[in-house]
Design a protein around this ligand. Structure first.
Ligand SMILES: Cc1ncc(COP(=O)(O)O)c(C=O)c1O
Length: 283
């Protein structure tokens, strides 16, 4: 069980981890975060996530009060305090307490421990049903704390018996609420979207793995193309490569976990295991 978070440098019991009411994230939605899995006590693809976190902070003019090495030390200390080898970490950097509720003063840096989500086996075996939704995330390449657009469609998702959204605009697909989108063409070419997305760490590694076995295209993807795809899948830190079997009322391929998706998923799992075994030695 996760017992501690780290709030501005202090390891704090979860039930005592608070922010002040003057926090700008509450008043103005000003903040960024990142999220990664921890396996055998080692953050998976640690530097990739910290690269993205630091880039998000720069774009948002939020100062991280630590060097990369200090941030890593703080994260390892929290992992050690919780002593849960397989877990997840969220690093949250917010606008901070503001006396007038608008002017940034000093950011708050919170490192939070979590248990990773457990997806029902039925979902893992049978795949996701997506609902298209016209939207592009603001400052899409930054992992801001703003997920309002996806929260607003939750009711509709439930009504339509869909699991998540597929964002598109002007006929072009971008991504899902918390994952990147790929399709597999009839000739097994892997295609993923190139812009208006968060550049997922999982996406990056899946592309590298895919290039060794398949033709890969990173480009604009039109909504129409999806309906003639052989397979479609999502990628994210918590899901790896995850099949999409239906988009709106259209079945994708034969509506099952496709062979190419399955292959990439197993390549990715092996790659993560290798990363962990190599990096554990370096600790
Ligand atoms: C909007 C969005 N796109 C894509 C992703 C997938 O990124 P990653 O593979 O780094 O988890 C996420 C992850 O949370 C996300 O929030």
């Amino acid at each position: 069980m996760i017992k501690y978070h780290n709030i501005n440098g202090i390891i704090t019991p979860v039930e005592e981890s608070f922010v002040h009411v003057s926090e700008l994230a509450l008043h103005r939605g000003y903040g960024i975060f990142d999220y990664f899995l921890v396996k055998e006590g080692q953050p998976v693809f640690f530097d990739d996530y910290l690269d993205r976190f630091e880039a998000s902070a720069r774009t948002m003019y939020l100062d991280i009060p630590l060097t990369r090495a200090q941030l890593k030390t703080r994260i390892y200390e929290l992992i050690a305090a919780n002593n849960v080898p397989n877990s997840a970490i969220k690093i949250l950097l917010t606008g901070g307490n503001s006396s007038d509720g608008y002017t940034p003063e000093k950011p708050n840096l919170m490192i939070l421990g979590f248990m990773p989500p457990v997806y029902p086996q039925e979902l893992l075996n049978n795949g996701y049903r997506l609902m298209t939704h016209e939207h592009i995330r603001d400052i899409a390449e930054v992992k801001t704390i703003n997920y309002v657009a996806s929260l607003l469609v939750n009711k509709k998702l439930r009504e339509l018996n869909a699991h998540d959204v597929l964002y598109h605009k002007n006929g072009l697909i971008s991504e899902s609420s918390r994952s990147n989108f790929f399709l597999v063409k009839q000739d097994n070419t892997i295609v993923t979207t190139a812009r208006d997305i968060l550049f997922g760490v999982t996406r990056k590694h899946i592309l590298t793995l895919a290039e060794k076995h398949y033709k890969v295209e990173v480009r604009d993807v039109f909504l129409d193309e999806v309906f003639s795809a052989k397979e479609a899948f999502l990628s994210s830190s918590t899901k790896g490569a995850f099949p999409v079997i239906k988009i709106d009322s259209n079945q994708i391929g034969d509506g099952k976990f496709g062979k190419v998706t399955l292959h990439l998923n197993s390549l990715f799992d092996t790659y993560v295991e290798k990363y962990i075994s190599l990096n554990k030695k370096a600790i």
